[in-house]
Design a protein around this ligand. Sequence first.
Ligand SMILES: Nc1ncnc2c1ncn2[C@@H]1O[C@H](COP(=O)(O)OP(=O)(O)OP(=O)(O)O)[C@@H](O)[C@H]1O
Ligand SMILES: [Mg+2]
Length: 324
Amino acid sequence: MDKITESLGQLNPHILSDKKIWSVGGGKGGVGKSLMAANTAISLAQKGHKVVAIDLDLGGANLHTCLGVGVPSKTLSDYITGKILDLNELVVPTPIPNLGLISGAQDELGMANLRNMQKNKLLAALNKLNAEYIILDLGAGTTHNTLDFFIAANKGLLVVLPEPTSIENTYRFIKSVFFRRLKVIEDFLEIQPLIQQAMNSRPQGQMFLPSDLVKKVTELNPALGQKLQTEISKFKFYLIMNQVRTPQDVEIGNSIKNVAKKYFGVDIYYIGHLEYDASVWQSIKRRKPVTIEYPNSPLVISFKKIVAKLMDGPMENYGNQKLL
Ligand SMILES: Nc1ncnc2c1ncn2[C@@H]1O[C@H](COP(=O)(O)OP(=O)(O)OP(=O)(O)O)[C@@H](O)[C@H]1O
Ligand SMILES: [Mg+2]
């Protein structure tokens, strides 16, 4: 194993692992990340895969409710504080066969201030989890912790609502992920001076778009620029438009995909959309996952389609979405 792979593996455990780690993020609060994480995990488990869902919403843990589980007595806090040494001991069963849950810490202070070392230890421990699929449910925002959890996965799912605030936050989130990943890559490719030189070349007062930065680095040093581009494109974003009501809502996902490519040089796979469905809050109220309560609803059928596509190999065919 080369130095870069080994080093990146500290932050991106999937590189060293045969596990499939999918993270669910998206910048804005209340867009349906936990709903997506819970029902993705359930769909995978129903297909017979061994799945562990992990609530990494620091301070706002509620994945257990989406999965129909009461507040678990053991949470990630017990691992962070060293009370429990094996992450497997934190996995509590759910009503769904094959699906276990690691609940998030309830105490905001303990987890929100998770130090780098603790975070890396936690991410490295994912490799030892007794599971084929690991689903990470993240909190809102772009804190370093959230970004690092997001990029620790081999597939990053972005949940977006067709509303200006959610779209704005999505761009901010993509940009933050880009720069966070760039930081990791530049450390391990040892190209900080080159990045700095590229940054310094920007005209005063002008914003530097991620795509401009990579272009500039490539101009200065084509070989390293190419390596940088390769590393950047290794991380895959998968976009899901949630709560769509009209064909225009579905179309917004295509625009986000195009803008991300143009301004960030980032490829996004627009993997599908979820209809607005009033039964969601009814099922949440009853603490029963919608996939279990309404298995034949259009929403659940859409969930299953998205999961099937995510399990598939190449995603190039899933570029554009239309409301069917
Ligand atoms: N497709 C949908 N149809 C109807 N309601 C939905 C849909 N998706 C999400 N909701 C509603 O949005 C609420 C928020 O969803 P959820 O808790 O999954 O968001 P979140 O992104 O995880 O929020 P947070 O950032 O607070 O963790 C749900 O309780 C549900 O009522
Ligand atoms: Mg949530």
